[in-house]
Design a protein around this ligand. Structure first.
Ligand SMILES: Cc1ncc(COP(=O)(O)O)c(C=O)c1O
Length: 376
């Protein structure tokens, strides 16, 4: 017991000394949100709330919890209808809902990769995809971020069934993968492409169908992951792909099988959010904010990734500076957060600034003015 406690204290002290000790911040609702992944304001939308309530009334069943896993007492006709709705929306064959994006990626990659197979992934992919690959029995190879030549080198080395895992929008950099080129090279080597669309759904493509759809690749990608906790403002995720893939995951994805299903009210929220996305064009307002931000930020000298998405970065280069700048901006009324190592590489500690359709031009201008005073 003493030994284990000493170990905990040692690891926490190391983090503290490196200025990257994590703690749980309470969200201050009075600050201007430049931090959440609620890109379209769905998480706080009264319109969405009313839609959810209307669906709940229509269904009428009282259900606080689902009572079990999807394979036992947790499956509902409404859940399967919602999955068909999602598949239809993204114009793919099928969808399977998982409890979170983390669970979807973990279950997908860990169940696919068999001994002798290879999972190749972009060096900046999300931890959930890395963890899924680690839990699989496949060999793992990493390629340089968005670098087609390096991907090709890794494809030449790969053995067995090959899977290539990427994000369409990178969560900590906001930049976009060259989807068409990556798809082409995967085809050349017979590799199966897996695209995490967590930060593209709701933001890119007709009605927010995502970048895979925008590039005309829907139905041509082995598996896509869409998540509901970001632009859709609720919770959960789905893997999109063939009927065979869906049936395979129901049988082999342990993070799908061995967990209690999302309760009906969670599924209702997902269906309502997708309905809202299908009914309205929410993307224009967000896009205008991104254009304005990019124009104003170009006068600052701090390095940043060239991002056309809702995720913008300012690379401050060390943990202390990133943290202090974020705290200072919060004191001035702007909820901006620092992203530190090990989430990003040492030396690339940054501010991750998320733009939303509900951020006013004045709020964006105000933030840039404050950033300018910090740069001096
Ligand atoms: C690219 C990416 N994939 C997956 C996830 C996990 O999704 P969720 O928050 O639904 O678990 C995230 C969220 O941080 C993400 O950024």
């Amino acid at each position: 017991m003493k030994e284990a406690e000493d170990f905990l204290v040692k690891k926490l002290t190391e983090r503290k000394l490196a200025h990257n000790l994590r703690s749980l911040p309470t969200v201050n609702p009075n600050l201007i949100d430049f931090c959440s992944n609620d890109y379209l304001g769905f998480a706080k939308s009264s319109l969405l709330k009313h839609k959810i309530e209307a669906f709940q009334q229509q269904i009428g069943t009282i259900e606080n919890g689902s009572g079990g896993s999807r394979l036992l007492s947790g499956n509902r006709a409404f859940t399967e209808e919602t999955e068909s709705f999602i598949a239809h929306f993204h114009e793919t064959e099928s969808a399977l809902i998982f409890n979170s994006g983390y669970d979807a990626n973990l279950g997908l990659l860990s169940s696919l990769g068999q001994r002798g197979d290879t999972i190749i992934y972009d060096e900046l992919i999300h931890a959930s995809l890395i963890d899924g690959a680690r839990l699989s029995f496949a060999d793992r190879l990493k390629f340089k971020h968005n670098d087609i030549s390096d991907l090709e080198l890794k494809l030449q080395k790969a053995k067995g069934t090959i899977y290539v895992a990427i994000e369409s929008v990178y969560s900590m950099d906001g930049d976009i993968a060259p989807l068409k080129e990556i798809h082409r090279i995967c085809e050349k080597y017979g590799a199966n492409l897996i695209v995490d669309e967590a930060h593209a759904v709701g933001v890119f493509g007709d009605h927010g169908k995502g970048l895979v759809y925008q590039n005309g690749l829907n139905g041509k990608i082995f598996a896509c992951i869409v998540t509901f906790g970001k632009a859709l403002g609720c919770h959960g995720a789905a893997v999109l792909g063939s009927h065979n893939l869906r049936n395979y995951l129901i049988n082999f994805a342990r993070s799908f099988i061995y967990t209690t299903a999302i309760p009906l009210h969670g599924i209702i929220s997902i269906k309502a959010a997708y309905t809202l996305l299908a009914e309205q064009d929410q993307q224009q307002a967000l896009y205008q904010r991104i254009v304005l931000y990019r124009k104003l930020i170009s006068t600052l000298k701090w390095p940043r990734t060239d991002s056309l998405s809702a995720i913008q970065t300012l690379i401050l280069g060390n943990a202390e500076k990133a943290k202090n700048t974020a705290v200072n901006l919060q004191q001035l009324g702007y909820d901006v957060r620092a992203i530190l190592s090990p989430t990003v590489a040492i030396g690339t500690e940054r501010l991750r600034i998320c733009l939303h359709s509900f951020n006013t031009p004045e709020e964006i201008e105000g933030l840039i003015l404050k950033l300018k005073t910090h740069e001096r």
